[in-house]
Design a protein around this ligand. Structure first.
Ligand code: HEM
Length: 369
C-alpha cells in the first residue's frame, strides 16, 4: 500500500465519523442551547479512527474495550506530562535493578500501561486470527505483520508502535481541535470567511491545499494557543554551534520552547489571532521556520501528516453543520472572563508562553442544511 492510498484511507475513516460527531455534539449541547467541553467527543472519535485505520476494527462494537483504551490512554499521557524524578529514575535504571524492586513499589501509571499493552496484544492476536490473507495490506497492522515476517521489525516493535499511537495521537488531536474551535468562536469573522470558502466547493475539499484558509487558521491556532508548548527533552546537539551569541556544545541536551517561538511568526501583532499571517500573496499556505507545532529534527512528531489531515477534515465537518459561539446563550459570566485566557493563573503574564484557555466550553449552534 503506498502513502497516497494510506492517506485516502485515513480521510475515509475520518469522514465516516460525520454522523456520530454531529449526533453527539447535538446531544451534549442540548441541540445548540448549551455550551460544553467538546474534547471528550473528539478524543473518542480520534481513538475510534485510529483503531479502524491501524487495526481495521470498530471499537464502538465493544464499548468496554473502548472505555478501557480511553482510560488507559488518558492515564498514559497524564503520566508523561506529569513525569517526576522518581518516575525518571525508575524508567532509566538498568533492567536487572528494576527487577529487584517489588511491583507494589512501582509507579502507579505502570498498572494502566500494562493493561493497555495487554489489550493491544489481545486485539493484535484477534486481528491476526481473522486475517488469513498473506500479503494483505489493508490496515497498518497487516503492514506491520508483513514487516515482522520479513524481519524488518520485531513483534514488540509493532506492539510498542501501537502503544505510542494511542498515547501520543489522540489527546493531542482532541485538545488541538477544541482549542481551534474556541478560537473560531472567539473570532466569528474569521470563522465565517473559512465557512464561505468551504461552501464554494460544497465542503468537498479533499486535500489541505483545497482550502488553504482553513489550514492557515489551524496553524494560527497552534501558534496562538499551542497544544504542545515544548519539545521532548531528548534532543542532543550534534555539532558545536553558536546561535544568537549562545554557545552550544556537541552532546548538550536541549529542549525547544515551541510556544515562545510562535510569537516570532509573521509581522502582525503576535498576541492577536490572525490566520492571514499563514497565507501568502496568492492565498496559498505559507510556512515559517519558527512555526513548529510538531517540532523538528529526527525526533519530530511522526504523526504530523495524519494529525493535520484529521484536524482539517474534522473541522470541515463541524463548520458544515455548526456555527460556533461563545457566550451567545449566556453560559459564560461575561466576555472578559472568557478573554482571560492565559495559563489559567499558572504563570505570570510575562511568562505566558503557554496560553491555555480558562473556559473550554463552546456552543455548537446547528446550521440549516
Ligand atoms: C495536533 C496534534 C499533535 C501535536 C501538536 C503533536 C506534537 C508533538 C510534538 C511537539 C512532539 C515532540 C517532538 C520532538 O520533541 O521533537 C511529538 C512527538 C510524538 N508524536 Fe505527536 N503531535 C500530535 C499528534 C500526533 C499523532 C496523531 C500521532 C500518532 C499518530 C503522534 C505521535 C507522536 C509520537 C509517537 C511522538 C514521539 C516521537 C519520538 O519521541 O521519537 N502525534 N508530537
Amino acid at each position: 500500500m503506498n502513502k497516497k492510498s494510506l492517506e485516502s484511507k485515513w480521510v475515509e475513516t475520518i469522514d465516516d465519523q460525520e454522523e456520530f460527531m454531529v449526533r453527539e455534539l447535538l446531544r451534549r449541547g442540548n441541540d445548540g442551547k448549551q455550551a460544553f467541553d467538546s474534547a471528550p467527543v473528539f478524543l473518542e472519535i480520534a481513538l475510534v479512527v485510529m483503531f479502524k485505520f491501524a487495526m481495521g476494527i470498530d471499537l464502538r462494537e465493544n464499548p468496554k474495550r473502548l472505555e478501557k483504551l480511553l482510560r488507559c490512554g488518558k492515564a498514559g499521557i497524564e503520566a508523561f506530562d506529569g513525569i517526576d524524578q522518581h518516575s525518571l529514575i525508575f524508567e532509566w535504571m538498568p533492567k536487572f535493578l528494576r527487577k529487584l524492586i517489588p511491583i507494589s513499589l512501582w509507579p502507579d501509571y505502570i498498572k494502566e500501561q500494562s493493561e493497555l499493552l495487554d489489550e493491544i496484544i489481545e486485539i493484535m492476536a484477534e486481528v491476526k486470527a481473522e486475517s488469513d490473507q498473506v500479503g494483505d495490506e489493508s490496515s497498518l497492522i497487516s503492514i506491520f505483520e508483513n514487516d515482522v515476517e520479513n524481519g524488518k521489525m520485531n513483534y514488540w516493535d509493532a506492539i510498542w508502535t501501537m502503544h505510542q499511537l494511542v498515547i501520543a495521537g489522540n489527546d493531542t488531536v482532541s485538545v488541538s481541535l477544541r482549542t481551534f474551535l474556541i478560537n473560531l468562536a472567539k473570532h466569528p469573522v474569521e470563522q465565517e470567511k473559512i465557512r464561505d470558502e468551504l461552501k464554494e466547493k460544497n465542503f468537498g475539499q479533499k486535500e489541505l491545499k483545497d482550502c488553504p484558509r482553513l489550514f492557515a487558521a489551524i496553524y494560527e491556532s497552534f501558534r496562538y494557543s499551542p497544544t504542545v508548548s515544548e519539545s521532548t527533552p531528548f534532543h542532543t546537539i550534534t555539532e558545536d554551534a553558536i546561535v544568537d551569541g549562545i554557545q552550544f556544545k556537541k552532546g548538550d541536551l536541549i529542549r525547544s520552547a515551541i510556544g515562545a517561538m510562535g510569537f516570532h511568526v509573521g509581522k502582525e501583532d503576535p498576541f492577536k489571532f490572525v490566520p492571514d499571517r499563514f497565507l501568502d500573496e496568492n492565498g496559498d499556505f505559507r510556512k515559517y521556520d519558527a512555526s513548529v507545532p510538531y517540532h523538528l529534527g529526527r525526533r519530530d512528531c511522526p504523526g504530523q501528516i495524519l494529525s493535520n489531515i484529521e484536524l482539517f477534515h474534522m473541522s470541515k465537518i463541524i463548520l458544515k453543520h455548526f456555527e460556533l459561539k461563545t457566550n451567545e446563550m449566556g453560559t459564560f459570566q461575561n466576555l472578559e472572563e472568557f478573554e482571560n485566557v492565559y495559563s489559567g493563573g499558572k504563570f505570570s503574564d510575562d511568562d505566558h508562553y503557554l496560553p491555555l484557555f480558562k473556559e473550554n466550553r463552546v456552543v455548537f449552534v446547528p446550521l440549516e442544511q
